[in-house]
Write a protein that binds this ligand. Structure first.
Ligand code: NAG
Ligand code: NAG
Ligand code: NAG
Length: 157
């Protein structure tokens, strides 16, 4: 599985300081490779905690949307269908980001998470997104955060 580098937390990359001390030993193009490697190994957004942060950062911006969105609630999501439901959320969120024209690092954090999820979610036996109720953006985001908190607590992702 390929892990995608993500810019959401790029400002506090722990590799930066360590890397600076060896900066002068490298030709600039090699230096670029080293930087890329460090950002892959140290700064990639890997889990639901980071995703939650990216969503929280964008909350004020995307809450302007008046779209109605499929919003599986924790109580509706069956065992083993969390990933599939999370994918429903990511698809809806992608639509909102597009509609509100949000293209910053927080948005790419969300899209990268969605891409990673694609390879992990086989829909076998789980209800389609359309089976869940349509809700406004406020309830959509509340429910999504609740799902992410549950997954984080369980140590999934
Ligand atoms: C959901 O995805 C995570 C990793 O992204 C995986 O560890 C877990 O087994 C998946 N769960 C299901 C029910 O597919
Ligand atoms: C994420 O959103 C926050 C708050 O809106 C903003 O200050 C920050 O610059 C954004 N981060 C990136 C990497 O775009
Ligand atoms: C979203 O729906 C809830 C309940 O249906 C309502 O209380 C809330 O005011 C709505 N929010 C917006 C932004 O429409």
């Amino acid at each position: 599985m390929t892990r995608l580098p993500v810019n959401c937390v790029q400002l506090s990359c722990p590799g930066d300081q360590r890397a600076k001390s060896v900066q002068f030993q490298f030709h600039s193009s090699l230096w670029f490779l080293v930087l890329s490697f460090l950002s892959l190994s140290s700064c990639a957004v890997e889990d639901t905690t980071d995703l939650r942060m990216c969503i929280t950062n964008l909350r004020n911006t995307i809450e302007k949307s008046d779209a109605m969105l499929y919003s599986p609630s924790i109580d509706d999501i069956e065992e083993n269908c969390e990933n599939v439901s999370l994918k429903c959320y990511m698809l809806e969120l992608e639509m909102v980001l597009d509609e509100e024209e949000v293209y910053d690092g927080n948005a790419s954090c969300i899209l990268a998470f969605k891409e990673r999820l694609d390879s992990n979610s086989h829909t076998g036996g789980c209800p389609p997104c359309e089976a869940y109720s349509l809700q406004n953006i406020t309830i959509f985001l509340d429910r999504l955060i609740t799902l992410l908190e549950k997954l984080t607590a369980r140590g999934n992702h």
